[in-house]
Design a protein around this ligand. Structure first.
Ligand code: SF4
Length: 317
C-alpha cells in the first residue's frame, strides 16, 4: 500500500495519458483521493482512457456534477448504526466496519462519504460491540467490512476473529474484501492460518467487476483462500463504461466460476453522491441477465439486486 499511486497526475503519467484525453474532477479527488496499488495498475491498459479498470479509479469531471437522488448515504447505513462502526441492518447478522482504509479507491463506492473516523480503532474500543453480539443470541453471523478488513494487520485481525469465535451462538464469519484482487500478495500464509484455524465457517466475499481484474496472481490468491477453507463469493456492481454489456458480464461470470468463485450478486449501483455517471438503466441490467440465462449455466448467473434503504433484505430485480 505504501507504493500505491495517490494522485491523478501520477496515474495519468504512468499510463501515458495526457490531460486532453481525460477530463478530471479536482473536487472529486479532493473529497476522495486517488489510490491505486501497483498490482492493479499493472492490469490497466496504458494509453487507453476508456480502460474499464481505469474508469473505476479515475476521478472524472462527472463526479463534480450534482445529480438529483444521489446522496451521501444511499443505503441508509447511518440509520442502522447501533454504535459507531456497528451496523445491524438485517436479522441474524451484524456488520463491523473494522477499517476505514482500502487498498484501492473505487469512485462509485457507496461508503465514500462514511464517517470512518468515528469507528473504533482498537480491540478494546470494540468490546461494547462484542458485548452487544453476546447479548443477542439471534446473531449467527458477523461480517467484517470497511473500508477493507484485510487492511488490518494479521495480529489485530486474528484477535478480532478469536473474540468473535468466543461467542457461542455466532457460527459464521463473513469477510468483505477487495484486497485479494487488488494486492493478491495480501493473502499470506498467516492470513490463511487465521481462516483455517477458526471454528467459524468462513465466507470471503470478493469484489470484482471485470474479467481483466483477475490475473494469474489473483487466481493464486483465490486458490489459497479456498485451500484455507473459505467459501468464495463475488459481488460485482453494474457500472457504465466498465461492464455495461452482455459480453463483459458473460466473461466476468465465467471467469469467476472457472476460479471456483460463485458470482452471487450483481448490484444495481447504489446512488451515492459523485457516482451518478456510473449508473446503468435498470432495464438493461435485467435484459442482460435474461440473455445470460441462455448462455451460461444457472450457477454462473448472479442474483441482480438493489439495496434499498430501510428494506429488510436486498431487493431482487
Ligand atoms: S474497496 Fe470496497 S469499500 Fe473500498 S473503495 Fe472500493 S468499493 Fe469502497
Amino acid at each position: 500500500m505504501k507504493t500505491a499511486v495517490r494522485d491523478s497526475a501520477n496515474l495519468m503519467r504512468l499510463l501515458g495519458l495526457d490531460s486532453n484525453q481525460v477530463s478530471l474532477s479536482s473536487k472529486g479527488e479532493a473529497q476522495f483521493p486517488v489510490f491505486v496499488p501497483l498490482p492493479y495498475l499493472s492490469r490497466i491498459r496504458p494509453g487507453d482512457p476508456f480502460d474499464p479498470l481505469l474508469l473505476q479509479v479515475m476521478p472524472q469531471y462527472a463526479e463534480s456534477v450534482d445529480a438529483v437522488g444521489f446522496v451521501e448515504d444511499p443505503v441508509g447505513d447511518l440509520k442502522v448504526e447501533k454504535s459507531p462502526g456497528l451496523l445491524h441492518k438485517y436479522p441474524g447478522r451484524v456488520l463491523m466496519v473494522v477499517s476505514g482504509s482500502c487498498a484501492i479507491h473505487c469512485r462509485y463506492c457507496f461508503r465514500r462519504h462514511f464517517p470512518y473516523e468515528l469507528a473504533p480503532k482498537s480491540l478494546q474500543q470494540w468490546e461494547p460491540t462484542f458485548r452487544y453480539i453476546e447479548e443477542d443470541d439471534s446473531i449467527h453471523e458477523v461480517i467484517l467490512s470497511g473500508g477493507d478488513p484485510l487492511t488490518l494487520v494479521d495480529s489485530t485481525l486474528q484477535s478480532i476473529v478469536e473474540r468473535i469465535a468466543s461467542i457461542d451462538h455466532v457460527q459464521r464469519l463473513r469477510v468483505h474484501t477487495r484486497l485479494p484482487v487488488v494486492i493478491p500478495q495480501r493473502v499470506t500464509d498467516t492470513l490463511c492460518e487465521i481462516f483455517s484455524s477458526t471454528r467459524l465457517a468462513t465466507w470471503v466475499v470478493l469484489h470484482i467487476n471485470h474479467a481483466r481484474e483477475i490475473d494469474g496472481e489473483v487466481e493464486q490468491s483465490i486458490s489459497r483462500l479456498r485451500n484455507a477453507g473459505a467459501t468464495l463469493l463475488n459481488q460485482a456492481v453494474l457500472l457504465r463504461g466498465v461492464n455495461d454489456n452482455v459480453d463483459a458480464l458473460h466473461q466476468l461470470f465465467e471467469k469467476l466460476v472457472d476460479c471456483n468463485v460463485s458470482p452471487y450478486y450483481l448490484h444495481q449501483l447504489d446512488r451515492v453522491a459523485g457516482g451518478a455517471h456510473f449508473e446503468v438503466p435498470l432495464e438493461l441490467g435485467q435484459q442482460w441477465i435474461a440473455d445470460l440465462r441462455k448462455r451460461l449455466p444457472g450457477y454462473a448467473i448472479p442474483l441482480f439486486v438493489q439495496e434499498i434503504a430501510g428494506e429488510e433484505s436486498k431487493t431482487a430485480l
